[in-house]
Design a binder for this molecule. Structure first.
Ligand code: GDP
Ligand code: MG
Length: 651
């Protein structure tokens, strides 16, 4: 089809090729990007393009009309073989206009008794992409409120509500009704009135989403009407009227120009293929489709793509700096050069990306700016280093030179040389410095916060590991001096962490105030980690286990750790009581963190954290509850012991 010719006015003109963007298997074409770019040459149009789709019953002359209006070559059904055209959506570009046209085949499933699945899908797709929808119908279909077209329109309305809920009244779609085989006895105005009435009725019958019960059809749609005479009976008049109709699409000064700005779906041409495919994917996976989300996804995807291209170009341009700087050379005008390269990069990014959703665009712009800055930062530092080296060498040489002569005033020699060299340095560095110091500060501040965060996180991790270790250790064999040991260990770990923090902070040049804040945070976080570990260790069942262990140790095993065999004259009751008492002592021991006298951990309290309160581990009720539960559990051991004696005696 590429290169096909069409004889119009005796001149051979190249017809733009069409593309089946959705095929009969409902798959999305992989060729759309190359068609947008090469075949249709519309990918660079930005927002300066429009999209038209057509709906209507089979064989109502839709494709014929599109071909006449836009100079396309969509399939027209042959008079002789009235076979159905395959389902799918075809797209082409209008000749001499920035308009994409979609010919939707098989939109009226109900007329052909098929399921309406594809009808709904293609309606969704068309509504989400098109600015103008042509609804094509025979004159005798007008007023047939129950007709096939009306079912289709109901679908269109429903789908539209789903898509544009959030954009009510701001973005609209134009429905252009084209009435075919208009005989002329009923004026167009009457036909339009009948249609308008019917549309309102259909709209009323559509169920509205919550909160939109009272929305009107004109919140979402504008309407226009046109009529065309019978193509075969009045061929000349037909052609004439088609040319008039074409004006509404082609001439922005026409009073009925169809492409109003608020019909635009705000998809830049270079992102159309991404957007369209994304929409189709959502439709196919039956996911809820809303345009704001699609717009956001599109913006992210395209801004990333655009940024990658711009950044690659940037890397290519700065490549040349590396070698000389690493070799210790001073690059003249490095500052201005870098500035220019960076500006060009951002400009390149802005050119395409700025058309996308503004918050996404701004975020991605900051990202690429940071990326370029940190690359340039390296060269900037290198240049300064080289400059310093050169300045010192020159200074040294200058002095040595002077000192070889005679009758010099040493102090004067030094101060003159210093003045010269400092001027040299300043002159050279100033430009670089001024150009870049702002961005340097910005990067430095940002990296510093990030580095500090990273460092603190690492510190906290180390603290946590140590805490976990010693708490587990001391809890394994609980003793009365356990808390003293734990608190002592905690202080030790914390102190080490604090020292490390201060050491690092110094290398970051953090302020006194920042340091105090970081230290406070560290102390508080570490304490919370300790508390969490304690809670983990003392979860209900874990604690009961501890009690049981302590109890069994005393009751079921002898001093050498061997299982006790009860003899008839053993005082089981006394043993039992002693062991149980011992075990129960653990409850008050663990009920509260006991800070040894004279120790102040200096953990800061704040609105949602009070240190004193955090000391309590087991509430009164909890303690009581554990008491009861454990007593019940230990009774079983008592009975078991008693029984074993009876058995031994009986043998
Ligand atoms: P589509 O299925 O709606 O795309 O219809 P086509 O454009 O393929 O046309 C179907 C048949 O209707 C073809 O044989 C056309 O020649 C014929 N046709 C096209 N336009 C008109 C028209 O305005 N009036 C009539 N009566 N027939 C038309
Ligand atoms: Mg067709």
């Amino acid at each position: 089809m590429n290169g096909a010719t069409n004889e119009t006015n005796g001149v051979h003109k190249k017809i733009l090729p069409r593309l089946q963007i959705i095929d009969e298997k409902q798959e999305f074409s992989k060729d759309l990007p190359s068609f947008m770019k090469d075949e249709w040459q519309i990918a660079d149009a930005g927002f300066n393009y429009n999209l038209v789709a057509v709906f209507g019953s089979q064989s109502t002359g839709k494709s014929t009309l599109l071909n006449r209006l836009f100079g396309t070559n969509f399939d027209v059904m042959n008079e002789n073989s009235r076979r159905q055209t395959t389902k799918g959506i075809w797209m082409s570009r209008g000749k001499d206009m920035n308009v994409l046209i979609m010919d939707v085949e098989g939109t009226d499933g109900r007329e052909r008794g098929e399921d309406q699945d594809f009808e709904r899908k293609s309606a969704l797709f068309s509504m989400a992409t098109s600015n103008v929808i042509i609804v094509n119908l025979w004159e005798h279909q007008v007023g047939l409120y129950q007709g096939a077209n009306m079912g289709l329109l109901k679908t269109v309305f429903e789908v539209n509500l789903q898509l544009f809920q959030a954009a009510r009244g701001k973005e609209k779609t134009l429905l252009l009704f084209v009435i075919r085989d208009h005989v002329g006895t009923t004026p167009l105005e009457n036909l339009s009135n009948t249609l308008t009435e019917d549309l309102k009725k259909i709209w009323d019958s559509v169920s509205k989403p919550e909160g939109l019960e009272s929305c009107t059809i004109t919140d979402y749609f504008d309407f226009m009407f046109a009529a065309l005479p019978h193509k075969l009976l009045l061929p000349a008049k037909f052609e004439e009227d088609v040319i008039k109709l074409r004006e509404r699409f082609a001439n922005p000064n026409h009073k009925e120009f169809v492409f109003k700005p608020n019909y635009s779906k705000r998809v830049p041409a270079d992102g159309f293929h991404v957007y369209a495919e994304g929409i189709w994917d959502q439709i196919m996976s039956n996911k809820d489709l809303d345009l704001p989300t699609q717009q956001e996804l599109l913006a992210q995807y395209r801004c990333d793509e655009i940024a990658t291209v711009a950044f690659d170009a940037f890397l290519g341009k700065i490549k040349g700096f590396r070698q000389p700087i690493e070799a210790g050379k001073i690059i003249e005008d490095l500052g201005p050069q870098m500035e220019e390269i960076r500006n060009a990069t951002i400009k390149q990014f802005d050119k395409e990306a700025s058309r996308y959703l503004s918050e996404v665009y701004k975020r991605k712009r900051q990202e690429i700016l940071n990326k370029t800055n940190s690359q340039l930062h390296v060269f900037f530092l290198g240049q300064l280093k080289n400059l310093t080296k050169k300045a010192i060498n020159t200074f040294n040489a200058r002095i040595q030179e002077k000192l070889k002569g005679e009758g010099y005033d040493f102090a004067e020699v030094v101060s003159n040389a210093r003045k010269d060299i400092e001027t040299f340095f300043k002159n050279n560095a100033e430009e670089e410095f001024n150009q870049l110091s702002d961005s340097i500060n910005e990067i430095a501040a940002k990296s510093r916060t990030e580095e500090t965060k990273k460092m603190i996180k690492n510190l906290e991790k180390t603290v946590q590991t140590q805490i976990n270790e010693f708490v587990s250790l001391y809890f394994k064999t609980p003793t009365t001096d356990m808390w003293g040991k734990i608190i002592g260990k905690f202080q030790e770990v914390l102190q080490k962490a604090e020292q490390q923090l201060l050491k690092k902070a110094k290398s970051f040049n953090s302020s006194e105030e920042e340091n105090t804040k970081s230290l406070e945070n560290l102390r508080k976080r570490s304490w919370q980690q300790l508390r969490k570990k304690i809670d983990d260790e003392l979860a209900d069942n874990m604690f009961l286990l501890k009690l049981r262990e302590r109890f069994e140790e005393k009751f079921r095993y002898d001093e050498e750790g061997l299982p006790k065999v009860w003899k008839p004259d053993d005082d089981i009751d006394a043993h039992f009581r002693k062991a149980r008492e011992d075990a129960l002592k653990l409850i008050p021991l663990f009920a509260k963190v006991q800070i040894p006298d004279g120790i102040d951990l200096d953990i800061p309290s704040d609105d949602d954290f009070i240190f004193e309160e955090s000391l309590v581990i087991l509430s009164e009720t909890k303690q009581h509850d554990l008491n009861v539960r454990f007593k019940r559990e230990s009774d079983a051991f008592y009975l078991e012991a008693k029984r074993s004696v009876v058995q031994t005696t009986a043998r």
